[in-house]
Design a binder for this molecule. Structure first.
Ligand code: CFN
Ligand code: HCA
Length: 543
């Protein structure tokens, strides 16, 4: 709409004007007005956005590191692998359950080691003389105490700097103990964000675990890829799938076990929820074992129904279709009721979403169900395909910083954009069409909304000051700075203390929570920092 149109263009200029020339040149590629253009045939093209590039030193970024992406994100939610952080104690401690990934209590068959934080607690002496012996001892000690099926070792920055060989130690301990032990070279400095860590994790899990157990699965068997059971989301999705009669072989990796990964290649279909963090596993599994993959999204009631139907469509079986429709009809009345209550209270309110590599897109569905509008959004570390959909040019810039991880740039593989409607897409490709079917964040966002990659503190403060959204969604580092500006901040990472938000019941929980936040009177009583005119450092409100 025109209000957003005018503001977005001028706001973009103002955000960028604050920067020195060189910084501006970098940031202007990542701060984009979502102007969609249609050609004569009606095909729409999207603006190009810069993504997956190094953060500018000196700005306050939201990003995390490679170790966080590997250990915290991908392997953290698996309950019966002992995850040992090889490094100083802080890395292990701060990646221990802060993400709110949940799981079940232990059983005879499956342990739960999540309540424990395992680390080698490196000291000066290990930095100088090497930490491999300490690591071997830690693995042995963990084995003696817990007798796990598998032990994983995660490298922090100093491990790479001093050259400890975690893979060699892991191989020796695997031999000695007779269980699966494997390591990850996920030193925090690798790549430009947590995204590098996802890829490293995916490669090793695929190499060391997937394919170990060839037990056959029943009809309608799937894996759910990229669902991490934050706030209990996976519990709700598991329940829906089970009621539909769908056999969930493995989730990567919410509420998962080692045995599930080992058997996952026997599933008939991979359903990818967070494409950013796990597309590599989907691709490798398809190439090596055959199951194709489709995208799903269980955030939002409409999206949940659509995803269940999409799975049923893939199997093309009347019985499954009927079961799926029955479950949707059981769940939907409560959703309609809740929408009747909460939509009038939230309708027209404006949200900004800056988080991660998929939720800034997926959560727009839930806000739309409340009649709320997303006026600005962006990812911390996503790649261009997450913004623009599958029709993007290969992102193959390999600079000096990433030369050791060339293989991370799988975006160069055009096959990477297959997935949904593959047959149709391939057919069109053969006919010489350039794909114009977008399924990324930008296609779904309003015309002229601001899309900002790797937003920093200066930019979010300016956005809030100028546009005064009704809600800002981000993470723990942003939350209290934002709230001191008089705007409620919902954490879309940890869900604050709430959730689950997936599926139908989760959507209802979310509506309630957002109503509570955007309609609380307290926000109008807060004086933002710039309201103090005497403060010479405050940004001027007329610019
Ligand atoms: S649970 Fe996922 S959904 S895995 Fe990823 S890209 Fe992070 S930890 Mo925070 S909340 Fe976030 Fe996504 Fe996928 Fe979580 S949006 S940043 S690395 N993410
Ligand atoms: C990570 C994990 C994180 C951080 C969340 C936050 C998560 O990237 O290391 O900044 O609040 O979801 O826990 O994304």
């Amino acid at each position: 709409d025109s209000e957003v149109a005018v503001t977005s263009e001028s706001l973009r200029d103002d955000l960028l004007d604050a920067y020195p020339k060189k910084t501006r040149r970098k940031r202007e590629k990542q701060v984009v007005v979502n102007h969609k253009q249609a050609d004569e045939s009606g095909l729409v093209s999207l603006p190009v956005i810069g993504a997956n590039t190094r953060t500018i030193p000196g700005v306050i970024t939201q990003r995390g590191c490679s170790y966080a992406g590997c250990k915290g994100v991908i392997l953290g939610p698996t309950r019966d692998i002992v995850n040992i952080t090889h490094g100083p104690i802080g890395c292990g401690f701060y990646s221990w359950l802060t993400r709110r990934n949940q799981t079940l209590a232990p059983t005879d068959e499956h342990d739960n080691f999540m309540p424990y934080c395992f680390s080698t607690d490196m000291q000066d002496e290990n930095i100088i003389f090497g930490g491999e012996k300490k690591l071997a001892k830690a693995i042995e000690e963990a084995y003696e105490l817990f007798k796990p099926k598998a032990i994983a070792v995660f490298s922090t920055c100093p491990v790479g700097l001093i050259g400890d060989d975690v893979h060699q130690v892991a191989a020796e301990m695997k031999e000695k103990l007779g269980i699966n032990v494997f390591g990850f070279s996920c030193e925090g400095y690798k790549g430009v964000s947590q995204s590098a860590g996802h890829h490293i994790a995916n490669n090793q899990i695929f190499k060391h675990v997937v394919g170990e157990d060839d037990t056959k699965r029943g009809k309608w068997s799937i894996n759910l890829l990229g669902e991490y059971n934050i706030g209990g989301d996976a519990f709700l999705i598991e329940d829906l799938l089970q009621r539909c009669g769908i056999d969930l072989v493995a989730t990567f990796s919410g509420n998962s076990t080692y045995d599930q990964f080992a058997n996952s290649h026997m599933a008939q279909l991979n359903c990818v929820m967070c494409h950013r963090s796990i597309n590599y596993v989907a691709d490798m599994m398809e190439k090596k074992y055959g199951p194709p993959w489709i995208k799903v999204n269980f955030i939002g009631a409409k999206a949940t129904a659509k995803s269940l139907r999409k799975i049923a469509e893939y199997f093309d079986d009347q019985e499954l279709t009927e079961k799926v429709e029955a479950v949707i009809s059981e769940e939907y009345p409560a959703v309609f009721e809740a929408q009747k209550t909460y939509k009038p209270r939230c309708e027209g309110k404006r949200a900004m979403l800056f988080v991660g590599g998929s939720r800034a897109h997926h959560y727009q569905e839930l806000f739309a169900e409340l009649g709320m509008k997303t006026i600005a959004a962006g990812y911390e570390f996503a790649h261009r395909d997450d913004y623009e959909g599958r029709d993007v040019l290969p992102d193959i810039k390999v600079d000096a910083d990433s030369r050791n991880i060339e293989e991370l740039h799988v975006d160069a593989d055009p096959d990477h954009y297959r997935g949904d409607d593959r047959a149709k897409a391939i057919e069109r490709e053969r006919a010489g069409y350039k794909f114009k079917e977008y399924d990324g964040l930008m296609a779904d966002m309003p015309e002229k909304a601001l899309v900002i990659d790797d937003i920093n503190h200066h930019e979010s403060e300016e956005l809030i000051r100028r546009m005064k959204p009704d809600l800002f969604c981000a993470g723990i580092k942003e939350k209290y700075a934002v709230q001191k500006m008089g705007v409620p901040c919902k954490q879309l990472h940890s869900y604050d203390y709430g959730g689950p938000y997936a599926g139908f019941q989760g959507a209802i929980n979310f509506y309630k929570e957002i109503d509570r936040m955007v309609n609380a009177k307290v926000w109008s009583m807060i004086q933002p920092p710039w309201s103090d005119q005497a403060d010479q450092n405050a940004p001027s409100s007329s610019s």
